[in-house]
Design a protein around this ligand. Structure first.
Ligand code: ADP
Ligand code: MG
Length: 347
């Protein structure tokens, strides 16, 4: 460690200097944010008939992210996005976030600035206001906790509980890509650790690596529901894998599901990389994690409105609880769904 203090060092800037710097780079987008960073608490104007929706995530270095392949700017972006995803999954629009960080002295001021570049970029992209947080030191690693706040009219808020027999099961985008991206990054890390002369060639995995490092949340679906006056009967975001999320809906709504393997949306790059690694693309889509797509159910009357939406895929329907949770394979075999979840799948 250098004894000479650089003017740019985190220790010299101090907690309050850092907070001032964060505040000076923070833009507010919502007139409802009456007060942001600076006082003991933020002030948010509420509207009648609306309810506040709130969600928190904690990210720990070594448990949830690895800085060997996760650039800090991406980490900041992802920390915001995964929280917004939870708010959208309630059919609400996110409007404010708070960000708390614990940083060890192994991080430079420049590193923290990179983290906040990603945080500010996500706030700009999704039009949410950074209204506060907390700053602390940590003995070794980096911890980030984000709380997201959103609002929705009470009758629009969608829980996991409302799925009904014969509702259609829909999912946005494609699945399994972030998981395959992680597998590629892990593989390249091993190669690099053995021989640091070998630079990873990730060009042919660009899409799946981006899905892992820079996920997006599905704000446009919430806007679409609003414009089309569609009320999903249940909804959840896909953070642990499709199978696990379907299990959550079944438990909360006391129902069963039947989904069709050929209807599960899988990108070509996910498919080919899975085969290259001797993995089943379907298993990756069912049990991989961190897709941050939205899984929802709708009444069949809404089929016409949804059927031509390129980004929405109808993958099956809700059944009675007694019928169980089933996957129909391309040769029409019905197999019970297993919810291994991301973590188990990973070991
Ligand atoms: P307190 O002692 O009440 O925790 P702080 O000095 O930690 O107050 O925070 C002062 C202000 O700065 C508050 O508005 C707080 O929300 C905000 N703040 C602190 N840390 C961060 C951070 N990492 N990002 C954004 N805002 C922060
Ligand atoms: Mg504080």
């Amino acid at each position: 460690m250098s004894k000479k203090k650089q003017p740019e060092e985190l220790s010299e800037l101090g907690e309050f200097g850092l907070i001032d710097q964060i505040a000076s780079k923070t833009k507010l987008f919502h007139p409802e944010t009456k007060l942001g960073i600076g006082d003991d608490a933020a002030i948010i104007q509420t509207k009648e008939a609306q309810q506040l929706v709130c969600s928190t995530d904690l990210l720990i270095e070594g448990t949830h992210f690895n800085l060997m392949y996760m650039p800090l700017k991406h980490l900041g972006y992802k920390a915001i996005v995964v929280n917004l995803s939870d708010i959208y999954a309630m059919n609400a629009l996110a409007s404010q976030v708070t960000v708390s960080i614990a940083v060890s002295n192994r991080f430079s001021l420049q590193a923290i600035e990179e983290l906040y570049k990603g945080i500010h970029l996500a706030c700009e992209r999704y039009k949410v206001d950074l209204v506060g947080g907390d700053t602390s030191s940590s003995p070794s690693g980096l911890c980030i906790s984000v709380t997201a706040i959103g609002f929705a009219n009470s009758e629009k808020i969608t829980q996991r509980t409302g799925a009904k027999h014969n509702d259609l099961i829909c999912v946005t985008g494609d699945l399994g890509a972030a998981y395959m991206g992680l597998q590629v990054l892990e593989r390249e890390k091993e190669v690099f650790q053995q021989n640091s002369q070998i630079q990873p060639d990730l060009a042919s995995y660009a899409y799946i690596v981006e899905r892992q490092l820079k996920p997006e949340a599905q704000k446009q679906l919430i806007e679409f529901f609003d414009q089309q006056n569609i009320q999903p009967t249940s909804m959840i975001d896909v953070s642990d894998g499709l199978a696990s999320e379907l299990f959550h809906i079944c438990k909360a709504s006391n129902c069963g599901v039947q989904i069709y393997e050929e209807k599960i949306p899988i990108d070509q790059q996910t498919h080919s990389t899975a085969l290259e690694m001797n993995l089943s693309p379907t298993m990756c889509a069912l049990n991989g994690g961190e897709d941050y797509e939205l899984l929802f159910t709708i009444n069949q009357k809404d089929f016409e409105t949804l059927k031509d939406q390129k980004n929405i895929h109808i993958i099956g329907h809700i059944t009675e609880a007694e019928a169980g949770k089933n996957l129909v394979t391309p040769n029409e075999t019905v197999v019970p769904l297993q919810a291994q979840g991301f973590k188990h799948f990973n070991t």
